[in-house]
Design a protein around this ligand. Structure first.
Ligand code: PLP
Length: 359
C-alpha cells in the first residue's frame, strides 16, 4: 500500500454509501430518493440542450440559477452559493470554516458523512447525544461552545429519525454558539406546510447561519448532483470566491436546475404525495405493531415488534426479496429500520412482505 497519503487520510475509513442495486427491478427504499420522476420541464430542458453549449465553460458562479434560488427563498443572490449537491456544500463548509486540528460539532446520531469530512480536514469531531425523543438537548449550544466548535451542524428535519426541531430552538442555538451553525435541510421540502417552518429568518437574522438545501430529494434529481447553501453574504462570499472549484456547476446542471425550480407546482405535488404516503405507511406499520418516529421527511425510522425476528434479520430477508431498506449497525439504531417512502404500490409490496415476515 502507498504511504504517500497524509496520515489522517491513511487512518480514515471513508464514507459507505447505501446499496445501489444493479438490476432495475429492486424496490429501493434505502437512500431516501423521491419516488416520483423529475418534472416534465426538466425532461424538456434536457432534450432541448444543445451540445454545442458544452464547448465553452459554464457561467462560473451559476448566476441565473443562483438568482432563481434567491427569489424562491426571498433572499438576495449574494446570500446563495450553488454546489455539487448537498455533499459538496458540506465539504465546502468544513474546508472554509474548520481549521485542521479545529473542532466540528454535531449530534449523535447524524448524517454519517459528517465525521468523514472532518477526518479529511484533519479536524476533531464533537458529538452530543440527542434526547430519547430525538430532539436536540437544551444545553447543545453550551456544549458546542465549551468544545470550541468552529462549525456546528444539525440536520433538520433530522436524519435518520425524521424529527423536526422548531425554528425558535435553532435561533437560540445560533445565538449561543461561538462559530458557524450549519442547518442541514436536505429533507425540508417534505415538512408539512401547516407547521410554518421557514429558514429565511434564520439566514436573515444571524450572520453565523448556513442553510443547506438539495435538489436530490424534493426535486427528484439525486442523479444530477445539485444543491446550495444560503447564508449571510459574509459566509457565502469566501466560498464563492475562494474555496469552491472555479466552475463547480456544469452547464447542463445549471439549465436543469432552473427548469426544476420553474415547475414548483409539480415539485409541490410530489411533496404532498410523499406526505400522504408517509402518513398511510406509518399507520399501516403501526397496525402491524411497528413503532415509527413522527417524521417530517420522506422516510420513517421504524422499530419492528419485540416478538419479531428483529430489524437486522428483517433487513436481510427483505433484501433477499429485492426490497432494500436501510439498517444501521449503531447503538441507538440497531433495532430499527429506516424506510424511504415509496410510491403507493412499492409501499404495499413492502407491507405485504412485512406481514408475512412478522408472522
Ligand atoms: C442529512 C443529509 N444531508 C445531506 C445529504 C446530501 O445529499 P446530496 O448530496 O444528494 O444533496 C444527505 C443525503 O442523503 C442527507 O441525508
Amino acid at each position: 500500500m502507498s504511504t504517500y497519503q497524509r496520515p489522517n487520510i491513511q487512518r480514515m475509513q471513508g464514507y459507505s454509501w447505501g446499496e445501489q442495486p444493479k438490476d432495475g427491478h429492486a424496490i429501493k427504499l434505502n437512500t431516501n430518493e423521491n419516488p416520483y420522476p423529475p418534472s416534465p420541464t426538466v425532461a424538456a430542458a434536457l432534450s432541448n440542450f444543445a451540445t454545442t453549449d458544452l464547448r465553452t465553460y459554464p457561467q462560473p458562479t451559476a448566476d441565473p440559477l443562483r438568482q432563481r434560488i434567491a427569489q424562491l427563498h426571498g433572499l438576495s443572490k449574494n446570500q446563495v452559493v450553488v454546489t455539487h449537491a448537498g455533499d459538496e456544500a458540506l465539504r465546502l463548509a468544513v474546508t472554509t470554516y474548520v481549521s485542521p486540528g479545529g473542532t466540528f460539532a454535531s449530534t449523535n446520531p447524524s448524517y454519517s458523512l459528517y465525521p468523514v469530512l472532518a477526518q479529511i480536514q484533519d479536524a476533531q469531531t464533537f458529538n452530543v447525544d440527542l434526547e430519547t425523543n430525538w430532539s436536540i438537548p437544551a444545553d447543545f449550544a453550551a456544549q458546542a461552545c465549551a468544545a470550541d466548535a468552529q462549525l456546528t451542524c444539525v440536520v433538520n428535519p433530522h436524519a435518520p429519525s425524521g424529527h423536526l426541531s422548531r425554528a425558535e430552538q435553532l435561533h437560540r442555538i445560533a445565538e449561543d454558539i461561538s462559530g458557524v451553525l450549519l442547518i442541514d435541510e436536505a429533507y425540508a421540502d417534505f415538512i408539512d406546510p401547516e407547521i410554518g417552518y421557514t429558514s429565511r429568518e434564520l439566514v436573515e437574522q444571524h450572520d453565523n447561519v448556513l442553510v443547506l438545501r438539495t435538489f436530490s430529494k424534493g426535486y427528484s434529481l439525486a442523479g444530477l448532483r445539485l444543491g446550495y447553501l444560503l447564508g449571510n453574504e459574509s459566509l457565502i462570499t469566501p466560498i464563492i470566491e475562494k474555496t469552491r472549484d472555479s466552475y463547480n456547476i456544469d452547464a447542463i446542471s445549471q439549465r436543469l436546475g432552473i427548469a426544476a425550480l420553474e415547475d414548483q407546482a409539480y415539485a409541490r405535488s410530489t411533496w404532498t404525495r410523499v406526505r400522504e404516503q408517509r402518513q398511510l405507511l406509518a399507520q399501516q406499520l403501526s397496525e402491524l405493531g411497528w413503532a415509527c418516529v413522527a417524521s417530517e421527511t420522506n422516510f420513517l425510522l421504524s422499530t419492528p415488534p419485540s416478538d419479531s425476528i428483529g430489524a437486522e434479520a428483517i433487513y436481510t430477508r427483505l433484501k433477499a426479496e429485492n426490497i432494500l431498506v436501510r439498517y444501521f449497525n449503531h447503538p441507538r439504531l440497531d433495532d430499527k429500520l429506516r424506510i424511504s417512502i415509496g410510491t403507493e404500490e412499492q409501499n404495499q409490496v413492502l407491507l405485504n412482505h412485512l406481514r408475512r415476515l412478522v408472522r
